[in-house]
Design a protein around this ligand. Structure first.
Ligand code: NAD
Length: 738
């Protein structure tokens, strides 16, 4: 200490000549809190020796914060003055920081530097820590430093200059037994430094934190005497001095110093470890456990200079996860489609202008022009044929004609645009060894490139005939199961003949596998003729389902799952048998001529049911009539309005004719609330209605008034004619409520 003041005297005498070389504080006003003793006193003496005007603040308490006295502050002021410096005393607690700053303003007219140094100890183990001990330490160290600094802050802002020192401790940085109150307050000052450094940086207000170790009354009974001797506070003062100087641009730093040594401390962070490879993967506690060594490996640890750097780094992590999500695919297929593609596909799966509901798929200016949802299954085979993903995935080579489309799942997530640029991402999900063959599960999800939205999720299972037995796994959690239909007779059946050129037409939508057009290739695959694409049969069936249960509205489609059981030869008739179970429509598709089932275990989930009037027999199917669908609709209405139906309390028999020939009969048993094909199960009908199939449809569509039909002889009624009156609303299924 004596050395410092002697040096100071020398320097002060020689201010003018040494000004350029030495660091000075002429004209600057500095507040040093707790400057009556220890570290604060040496700071005050050094600053004063270099021309600063000093406010020597000290409450004059003991080291535990008890009592107060003016003596210590006065002594230091006196010492400065005796050395030729300028100083005034202030005896307020730092908790009254505004009074301390007022002293500076009142005495010297300004404030340039605040050194927050005042401090006490109230050590005790955490178990014995009291709220009083906690609060007083936090108040004096943290709140007091805040109060004093905040009082000076407006002056700093105004003059665009200010230097602030906070005093932390190794106890805060590293922890120390018995100092939970002190260490937490001291580390709080590091946080305060960090934020003031950010807020003041553009205004030439720099804030740093000092971490000293010095012999003082606070440490006299903690540090061994020999060491204590060497830890002179004067050795720390020059470090604080430089940090407060206007030439020093250090800001937001933590400087540890003792014994004539100083160094900078940083909070550093390990390079860390990404716990999920892409955005669709969850993080589990087990993942964290498995990666703990990597998370905590500090070999490549680094320092971040700002919260922005941390955020930027996190954005980088996010971007890597995003691109990993994108890259976590085995193949990407890009496509554009517009109305031509949609219409071509619809024609390929049997949409026809004969069916009024199909116009929405066939004419771009039609009301509700829409894309058939199964258009999106096209991308599955397209992507597999345009890439080697299946070949690359399996541990053997195979001939492409050995590959059959085994099963297909499709789910639609958004209202499908009628024109879009799409990207389909393919991922091999699993490879199953089925003994006689291999199943490859391929996920294909299609995104709208413009909006980034996922339009559909698909799963295709490719079956490679004669390739199993490689000791692979036999089952997979990725398998989406098919579901067998109910055992009862189908609720609705729709038949439609495919065209001889059906496969030739369908392939133009993008599935160019020669198996479907080239006889030689078909024969190599074990077929006599080119076969129809399985997905084409599926397209026929989905139209039948939509027409029956969604009134043709494609937007009511949610998902579909099917298994392709047997091939269809173009020209054969497809029959779709349907069973309703809530919003799920089970279906099974047969070759009508042979009775062979070609699509099994299939179902469509609809968002809602909207009964339609499908025109059965669009081509050559023989047993079903258009009116069958109307009876199915009536049946649905009866099921849903059982009470009202039973009020009619009668049994009706319908004889349906085509060109005067009796073709079919249906029973409306409103006594039991059921509708079925054929004669009444018991007893006689109360009334029998005979009419042409086409007239039944006309009445149902509201185009033919039933009374008029009766008058004109188109509807013949025997039995209780009065009862038949009650059927009017049921006959007009379009308006019917019962
Ligand atoms: P010290 O006890 O010698 O000096 C602290 C001074 O602060 C005393 O003069 C005391 O009267 C004054 N003071 C206490 N409460 C006050 C209040 N409410 N308002 C105004 N003045 C008040 O201690 P020191 O060792 O010189 O410590 C100075 C600072 O350095 C303290 O903040 C301390 O926590 C910190 N520190 C010291 C060491 C060390 O090794 N000495 C290590 C780490 C941190």
């Amino acid at each position: 200490m004596a050395d410092v003041s002697r040096d100071c005297n020398v320097e002060i005498k020689d201010v003018d000549t040494k000004k350029m070389q030495e660091l000075r504080f002429d004209g600057r006003v500095i507040v040093v809190t707790g400057a009556g003793a220890g570290l604060g006193r040496t700071y005050a003496l050094l600053f004063a020796s270099r021309g600063a005007s000093i406010v020597v603040n000290d409450l004059g308490s003991n080291k535990h914060g008890d009592g107060s006295s003016t003596k210590s502050a006065d002594a230091v002021v006196e010492e400065i003055r005796q050395n030729g410096g300028k100083a005034v005393a202030n005896y307020d607690s730092v908790l009254d920081g505004e009074k301390i700053i007022k002293t500076a303003i009142d005495s010297f007219g300004r404030i340039d530097v605040v050194v927050n140094n005042a401090g006490i100890l109230r050590d005790t183990s955490f178990a014995k820590m009291t709220e009083d001990k906690w609060d007083i330490i936090h108040n004096i160290h943290l709140k007091g430093a805040m109060k004093t600094t905040q009082a000076a802050w407006p002056y700093f802002i105004k003059q665009k200059y200010g230097r602030i020192i906070f005093t932390s401790s190794n106890s805060g940085l590293y922890g120390n037994f018995g100092q939970s109150n002190y260490s937490s307050a001291k580390l709080g000052l590091v946080g305060l430094t960090n934020t003031l450094a950010v807020e003041g940086s553009t205004k030439n207000i720099y804030t740093n934190v000092i971490v000293p170790t010095a012999g003082s009354r606070l440490t006299e009974d903690i540090i061994p005497p020999d060491f204590f001797e060497q830890l002179k506070p004067e050795l720390i003062a020059p470090v604080v001095f430089w940090l407060c100087h206007e030439d020093c641009t250090e800001n937001g730093s933590m400087i540890e110093t003792a014994l004539g040594w100083a160094g900078k401390c940083h909070i550093i962070r390990s390079a860390g470890c990404v716990l999920r490879q892409n955005l669709s993967v969850d993080v589990t506690p087990e993942t964290v456990r498995e990666n703990w060594l990597k998370i905590t490996d500090m070999t490549s640890a680094k320092r971040f200079n700002s919260i922005q750097e941390v955020t930027t780094e996190l954005f980088g992590v996010l971007e890597r996860m995003k691109s990993a999500s994108l890259n976590d695919v085995d193949h990407i297929l890009k496509n554009d489609y517009n109305f031509r593609d949609i219409i071509l596909y619809a024609l390929g799966v049997g949409a026809t202008v004969q069916e009024p509901n199909d116009i929405r798929y066939l004419y771009e200016n039609a009301d509700e022009f829409s894309v058939l949802p199964t258009f999106f299954v096209l991308y599955g085979p397209m992507g597999c044929m345009n890439s080697s993903i299946v070949q690359d995935a399996v541990p053997f080579t195979f001939n492409p004609t050995q590959v059959l489309h085994g099963e297909q799942y499709l789910e639609i997530h958004k209202r499908l645009p009628t024109e879009a640029t799409v990207e389909t991402r393919f991922k091999i999900q699993d490879i199953l060894d089925k003994g006689k063959g291999t199943v490859v599960l391929i996920q294909h999800d299609t995104y709208d490139v413009t909006t980034g939205e996922k339009l559909s999720s698909g799963q295709m299972s490719a079956f490679i005939v004669g390739s199993g037995g490689f000791k692979g796994k036999q089952t997979s959690t990725f398998v989406i199961p098919t579901i067998d239909p109910p055992t009862r007779k189908p609720d609705v059946t729709v038949t439609q003949k495919t065209n001889d050129d059906q496969a030739a037409l369908y392939r133009l939508s993008g599935d160019f596998n020669p198996l479907h057009i080239d006889t030689a290739v078909a024969m190599m695959g074990g077929f006599k003729k080119p076969i129809l694409h399985g997905l084409c049969s599926l397209g026929f069936s989905i139209r039948h389902v939509l027409q029956t249960y969604a009134a043709g509205d494609a937007h009511l489609f949610k998902s579909i799952k099917v298994r392709f059981a047997k091939p269809v030869i173009p020209g054969q008739t497809l029959r779709t048998d349907m069973w309703r179970n809530g919003n799920r429509i089970h279906f099974q598709t047969f070759i009508h001529e042979t009775g062979v089932s070609v699509i099994t275990g299939a179902y469509v989930d609809l968002l809602e049911i909207k009964m339609g009037l499908p025109r059965a027999n669009l081509c050559s199917a023989k047993t079903n009539l258009d009116s069958d669908a109307i009876f199915v609709t009536i049946s649905e209405q009866v099921k849903q309005n059982q009470d009202e139906a039973k009020k009619v309390n009668a049994v009706f028999l319908y004889n349906i004719t085509v060109d005067g020939k009796h073709i079919s009969e249906w029973t409306l048993d409103l006594k039991n609330g059921e509708v079925h094909k054929g004669k009444p199960k018991s007893g006689k009908a109360d009334a029998t209605l005979t009419l042409e199939d086409k007239d039944m449809v006309e009445i149902a569509l509201g185009k033919l008034n039933p009374q008029l039909a009766f008058m004109r002889g188109k509807l013949k009624i025997t039995g209780n004619i009065m009862l038949a009156q009650k059927l009017k609303s049921l006959m007009e299924t379009n308006k019917a409520k019962l």
